[in-house]
Structure formats: C-alpha cells, structure tokens
Design a protein around this ligand. Structure first.
Ligand SMILES: [Fe+2]
Length: 323
C-alpha cells in the first residue's frame, strides 16, 4: 500500500514516529540562591598572588584558600546575576550606606597590613539593585544613604570577600556598609541587622535578581600584634588562644548540626565569648536575608590568620538542595 494512504494507528505513531518531548528547561530561580560566610583577612589575597595585588607571597593559609576554591566553583554553578556583600570595614556611624557608584576603581590599602594588601580594584555595580536597596532600607525604617561619590575608596573587607569568591570580577556587585554601633555600645543588639537582611531580600525579589550574598566576617578576631619576618610562615600560625578557638568550635558545632535559627542565640553568645568580628552584624544580616533557613550550614573550611578564627560556610535557602 502506498504510504500516502497508510495511516499508522495513533498509539503506534506515538511509539514509533513522534520524538520524545524535549525537557522544558527549568526557569532559573530568582531571589537569593546562596549565602556564604566569607572572611576577608588581607593575608588570603596576599597568599593568592592575584595580578591586582602589588605584594608577592610564597603562599600560605592553603586550607582556607581551598575552601574558597570550592565557593568559586559553586558560585559559577549557581550563575547569579549579582554578588551582594556586607563588610565590617566600610564603617558608617549613622545608618546604612549602599554603594551606588557604577564603576568603582582605585587602590585599596589595608591600614594595618599595607605590606600585604595594595589592591587595584575595578568592578561594576548593579546600580538598579543598589538603588532598590536604598528604597527598601528606607521603607523598612532604616536610616539609609546612597553612596554616589565616584572616587569612593572601597575598603579591604569588601574587596577581600569579593575577590576570594569571584577573582574574575565578572559578576556585578552591590556593597553595603556596616553601621558599627554594636562595636561602640556594648548592650546594642543585632536586631537591626535582622531588619537590614529582610530589606535586602525584598529589594532582590523586587528586582528579580538571582543573588549570592557574602558576609565578610571572621569569627574570633583577636590577632597577634607582631608579624613574623615571613608573613606567610605557617609554622607560626595558630589560634590566638584556646578560649578563642573553643568559642569558634562551639559556634561551628551549632552551624553544622542545627537549623540556622539556633544561631539567633548562638551568635550573641559567641560574641560574648570571643571578641568576634560578627559583632559588626554581617553574619546576622546574611542569615536574616535568607530568612533563617531551616537547614544546617556547610562548613567548607576553618583556619586561623595571624591568630584570628575564620570559617568559610555556605547556607542555601529553604527549598533548594545541593545535588
Ligand atoms: Fe576584619
């Protein structure tokens, strides 16, 4: 029979002739797709020897830098539109500032370790999101200011976390200052950081961005006041003291074994016990922006840097899982 008149029964046609429907690619989820505790000591960049940093080293602090290698891989897989960083050395005494300068460029020098960190930065700001954050912070009742000074000198804590997370600088950035009242007023709470985190999430969702957040904080923050002749002499690298180390481990036990809401009390306890840099609020901001996910943190590494305790940790938002 001519094929012209031959009709294949519907069931058979489905089995033999029709190609299987192509899988519909899942729309990439907008919103905050991951958050990292991303410490910034200048030693990490010094040890990394990127072309942007003037001093040269022979390496050092490898375990922490390997942890950041994993962060870099994960961020590339997540394909975010923007990296949002909260950093404790862009200090604002009044309110919260957002860097709205489209293309910050210049040299960032670490004031205590200028021998280690003189970094030539040149990056793009996601101005639309930065402006949306200013509006959202104000709507949430926070004293807020947009930084529009084109010559802004970006601090080393912002640069440090951003470089270690994405040394290619090919993802736009929004950077937020640290209102450092908690450093000055012993009884100040971190509650305002909770509001800041919520306001950050609202701005990200409003603009439809896929965002990765970086909390640029060390844990225990006491450091030695003498540097070794070779700064990267790992034979001289150890915790400032055992109390600081134990306090870090106590916090990290909570991070790795309990839902993040347990950190609402564990972080202030750690601050009391260890002179922690988290007092500046970056970690609380991060977890609040993620809406205190009902998951544990994934600790990618821990190490001391001139005595301070530093952990690299990932949290994913509720409803997402690392495959
Ligand atoms: Fe610091």
């Amino acid at each position: 029979m001519s094929r012209v008149f031959h009709l294949t029964p519907p069931g058979e046609r489905a089995r033999t002739e029709q190609p299987a429907p192509a899988p519909v690619p899942e729309e990439p989820r907008a919103g905050i797709v991951a958050g990292y505790l991303a410490p910034h000591p200048p030693h990490l960049i010094y040890a990394d020897n990127p072309p942007q940093n003037e001093p040269r080293s022979t390496g050092g602090w490898e375990v922490l830098r390997w942890a950041y290698d994993e962060v870099r891989r994960r961020i590339r897989d997540l394909k975010p539109d923007v990296l949002v960083v909260h950093a404790p050395h862009w200090i604002t005494m009044v309110g919260h500032h957002v860097n709205c300068v489209p293309n910050p460029r210049g040299v960032s020098v670490e004031p205590i370790f200028p021998n280690l960190f003189r970094y030539h930065f040149d990056f793009r700001t996601d101005v639309e999101l930065a402006e949306a954050m200013v509006s959202s912070f104000e709507e949430h009742g926070l004293v807020t200011r947009a930084m529009r000074e084109p010559g802004v000198r970006v601090d080393y804590a912002t640069i440090g976390a951003l470089h270690m997370a994405n040394p290619r600088w090919d993802i736009p950035v929004v950077s937020i200052s640290a209102n450092n009242n908690p450093y000055f007023y012993a009884d100040a709470e971190l509650e305002q950081m909770d509001v800041l985190g919520t306001a950050t999430r609202v701005a990200i969702e409003r603009t439809g961005r896929r965002a990765v957040l970086l909390a640029s904080n060390s844990l225990s923050h006491l450091h030695f006041d003498r540097e070794t002749e070779l700064p990267e002499d790992m034979g001289r690298e150890y915790a400032y003291n055992n109390d600081q180390y134990r306090a870090d481990m106590k916090l990290l036990e909570v991070v790795r074994s309990r839902p993040s809401s347990a950190l609402r009390t564990a972080i202030p306890e750690h601050i009391e016990a260890s002179e922690a840099e988290t007092k500046s609020g970056s970690l609380s901001w991060l977890l609040s922006a993620l809406d205190w996910p009902d998951t544990t943190g994934d600790i990618l590494g821990y190490g001391t840097i001139i005595g301070t305790g530093n952990a690299v940790v990932e949290w994913l938002p509720d409803g997402s899982r690392r495959g």
